[in-house]
Design a binder for this molecule. Structure first.
Ligand SMILES: Nc1nc2c(c(=O)[nH]1)N[C@H]1C(S)=C(S)[C@@H](COP(=O)(O)OP(=O)(O)OC[C@H]3O[C@@H](n4cnc5c(=O)[nH]c(N)nc54)[C@H](O)[C@@H]3O)O[C@H]1N2
Ligand SMILES: Nc1nc2c(c(=O)[nH]1)N[C@H]1C(S)=C(S)[C@@H](COP(=O)(O)OP(=O)(O)OC[C@H]3O[C@@H](n4cnc5c(=O)[nH]c(N)nc54)[C@H](O)[C@@H]3O)O[C@H]1N2
Ligand code: SF4
Ligand SMILES: [Mo]
Length: 704
């Protein structure tokens, strides 16, 4: 055979870069950027080669595993699916459907097989004890979108290619490659803003890689963005800079919002945020003065106690400054595949609550910060079984050590995952799907969050072989068995529903269907199809009952009371206490790519970054091992002394902590690090949205 070339989209992060893969005889020879992809234009990051390394990883699971008294045993697929379905049915019969929980992790949205097929399985499971990584990530974004625009998935994105002023709160797109903003090659798009005379400003307690390339950066005390945003809003009103333009015609609550923020003057919030009043005024004035400007917030403002309020105010500021739904501002994509579903009033909020903490459901989910207590607290409705898919909550959710204790107490657990890791080691069965290069893929979510309208479909590069199953086949196999009960007969079972059929129908029914967009057309265009720049979509796209936006929604106004109380109390940090924040690094991806030698090699990146003042106060020297303690636990790490973090702040990456026994991650184990989520506190929640407050966790740091 000769060398062949395959084109596909990288599904490791939200940037969805086009890849050009040279291969021969089932071996990958090289992975480079696809220069013909109109969206990513040849850009890739160092993680792209990870797709090959995952494919070849000897630790990656290829057969179902069953836990037995003498260890893990490989079993065949039909036995595995039969036994798992039987155990799930048994749980349901004994304890009711809601005693079995579900946790979906991040790669679920990077995997169209899971995304399109898991809902069918969940319907068959019938449980409302549903949890996901959304509640350690972006629930506040969904909450604000629901309240303002009527649907949690109607999420605006910064129109990067046309903006002249980009104000970033709590995001580090140069490392994360962008999030809730699909924008491959952020670095060059950022440079282009500057080249056309525009300005990029970053608000972050750490001088990030993005901040280093920006025109201005302000340190902010972690967890206090809500006050800065309130004060910026106040400045717009106080200085007559409110100018919603055509949006005034369908926006309510402008005056009420002005009244609600009136007390939050820049002077009033300066101490708590650590930002001078004059600088706050400048931030607001510049946003208002920018002809084409946008304020954007990401994980840093979402995973904190006031995440919901932060995202409300970020949307409101864009609207008030005239940037919402305007070119160069905060716009809505028009995706080829609609993800909003049928029109109708969205009402999936507080229909039921978590049993122990009474946290309200949102989007059919409960906060994952409540998962461990729901398993550990005895009584009517206690969780007894768990299904995980694409997730590693032991490392990714707050108080992971407590969750581990909880998982080990379950009657039954099954994980659909490619690794035997910190979470799946607690399962009774692990069902490993074919992955990455073996799968077909369409970015259902990320085309809907992209800064240009685009569409791209990827064929599998390698045949998964007859012994493997796709994620969607696992879900469909379980769904059929749950639905058929004892009557399940493999020989007479109907064919599994391939999600590609759904995809094709969705494309042909979608915004570009009439113009000919279909799966067949995408197959003929392996570099993807550009569907043009973002278009204004309001008010037609609104899903609110009256087709208007209410800036003064009662849930937000009520939650301001919580913010007022925090502001009124003197700064709470004890002098010896630091506020812990998380960071990402380019060659890593949450918790699960540390087993790839090419990505993990090099200096140890799992360090605790401290400002020189804080290190001196504790008599610490660079590289020394320190003990970090919080209300819930303690870990040890080498300290990295750097002025790039704000005084009073400690920064550590998330996704490490691979020392736990019983995993099959030979490389990651040798680079174990420590898990930040052994320090983050399950009790800290954004009460409004249910998102975990992973940022600004009080910790104590001392030399050993
Ligand atoms: N302190 C702190 N905690 C955080 C964060 C933070 O910034 N700070 N970030 C949060 C965020 S934003 C997120 S999204 C979460 C992520 O939280 P999780 O989604 O729980 O964790 P991941 O590390 O992404 O785990 C992905 C899992 O999917 C598996 N996997 C990979 N590919 C496939 C596949 O094709 N099919 C299947 N079935 N499984 C696959 C991997 O083996 C791994 O077990 O972590 C959150 N936790
Ligand atoms: N290389 C790499 N890329 C990734 C991932 C990865 O793990 N590695 N994960 C992917 C996932 S799941 C996601 S969700 C995205 C996330 O994408 P981003 O949100 O862009 O990524 P983060 O690096 O978490 O950026 C959060 C920033 O918030 C800052 N921060 C922390 N607390 C506060 C605060 O209180 N206020 C303010 N203003 N800032 C604060 C942190 O210092 C950090 O710089 O990245 C995705 N891409
Ligand atoms: S930026 Fe994201 S999508 Fe692009 S190559 Fe890197 S991991 Fe893949
Ligand atoms: Mo995430």
């Amino acid at each position: 055979m000769s060398v062949e070339t395959h084109y596909r989209a990288c599904n490791l992060c939200e940037a969805i870069c086009g890849l050009e893969i040279k291969h021969e005889n089932g071996q990958v020879l090289s992975i480079t950027g696809d220069a013909q992809d109109p969206f990513s234009r040849g850009h890739i990051c160092p993680k792209a080669v990870g797709l090959r390394d995952i494919y070849e990883d000897p630790n990656r699971l290829r057969r179902p595993l069953k836990r037995t008294a003498t260890g893990w045993q490989e079993i065949d697929w039909d036995t595995a699916l039969d036994e798992v379905a039987a155990r799930l049915r048994q749980q349901r019969d004994q304890h009711g459907p809601h005693a079995t929980a579900w946790y979906a992790g991040n790669p679920s949205v990077h995997n169209s097989g899971t995304q399109l097929a898991a809902p069918g399985f969940l319907r068959a499971l019938g449980s409302r004890s549903l949890f996901s990584a959304s509640s350690v990530d972006q629930l506040p974004h969904h909450f604000a979108a629901w309240q303002l625009y009527g649907h949690p998935l109607l999420l605006p994105v910064p129109d990067l290619d046309r903006t002249n002023h980009w104000l970033i709160f709590g995001g580090n797109p140069l490392v994360s490659n962008g999030s809730l903003m699909t924008a491959p090659d952020v670095a060059n798009r950022l440079k282009a803003i500057q080249a056309r005379g525009g300005k990029v400003v970053v608000i972050d307690p750490r001088r990030t890689e993005t901040a280093a390339r920006a025109d201005a950066h302000h340190f902010i005390r972690p967890g206090t963005d809500v006050f800065l945003l309130l004060a910026m809003t106040q400045v717009l009103y106080a200085e007559n800079l409110v100018n919603p333009g055509r949006l005034a015609g369908f926006t309510d609550g402008i005056a009420e919002l002005g009244a609600a923020v009136a007390e939050f003057t820049p002077e009033h919030v300066s101490t708590i945020t650590g930002i001078e009043a004059g600088a706050i005024r400048t931030l607001a004035r510049e946003l208002a003065a920018a002809g084409q400007g946008v304020i954007y917030g990401r994980v840093g403002v979402s995973v904190q106690e006031f995440g919901g309020l932060c995202l409300w105010l970020i949307n409101a500021l864009n609207l008030l400054a005239g940037h919402l739904d305007e070119p160069g501002g905060y716009m809505f994509a028009t995706p080829a595949l609609d993800i909003l579903g049928k029109p109708g009033i969205y009402s999936r909020y507080d229909r039921y609550r978590s049993r122990v903490r009474q946290a309200p459901e949102f989007m059919g989910e409960l906060p994952v910060a409540c998962l461990a207590e729901e398993i550990l607290t005895p009584g009517e409705g206690q969780l007894r079984a768990l299904v995980t898919s694409c997730g590693n909550p032991v490392l990714s959710t707050p108080n992971g050590a407590q969750l581990e204790t909880a998982l080990s107490s379950l009657d039954f657990m099954v994980s659909i995952d490619i690794y035997l890791n910190e979470t799946t080691r607690h399962a009774h069965y692990i069902l490993p799907p074919a992955t990455g290069l073996e799968t077909a893929h369409y970015d259902v979510s990320f085309h809907a969050l992209a800064i240009r309208n685009t569409s791209r479909y990827s064929e599998p590069l390698f045949d998964k072989g007859p012994a493997a199953r796709y994620d969607w086949e696992i879900f469909e196999g379980l769904r059929q068995r749950l639905e058929a009960g004892d009557g399940y007969e493999p020989a007479t079972a109907p064919p599994l529903e391939n999600p590609e059929t759904k995809l094709d129908l969705g494309l042909r029914d979608g915004a570009y269907g009439k113009a000919g967009l279909s799966l067949a057309q995408l197959r003929e265009n392996p570099h993807g199809i550009d569907l043009g720049p973002l278009q204004p979509r309001l008010p037609a796209a609104l899903r609110t009952a009256n087709q208007r936006i209410n800036l003064a929604a009662p849930l937000f106004l009520a939650d301001l009371g919580r913010a007022r109380r925090v502001l009124a109390a003197a700064p709470v940090a004890a002098p010896d206490q630091l506020l812990l924040i998380s960071r990402r690094e380019l060659r890593s991806n949450n918790s699960w790519m540390h087993n790839l030698p090419r990505l993990i090699k090099g200096r140890n990146r799992c360090t605790l970054q401290l400002h020189p003042e804080d290190a001196a106060a504790r008599h610490l020297t660079d590289g020394q091992t320190v003990r970090i303690r919080s209300r819930v636990g303690a870990v040890e790490l080498p300290v990295e002394i750097t002025p790039s973090v704000m005084p009073g702040v400690a920064s550590m990456p998330h996704g490490y902590g691979h020392h736990r026994p019983g995993t099959q991650l030979d490389v990651a184990k040798a680079h174990a690090g420590a898990s930040i989520n052994d320090l983050t506190d399950d009790a800290r929640l954004d009460e409004l949205t249910g998102n975990a407050a992973l940022s600004a966790v009080p910790v104590w740091v001392e030399g050993r």
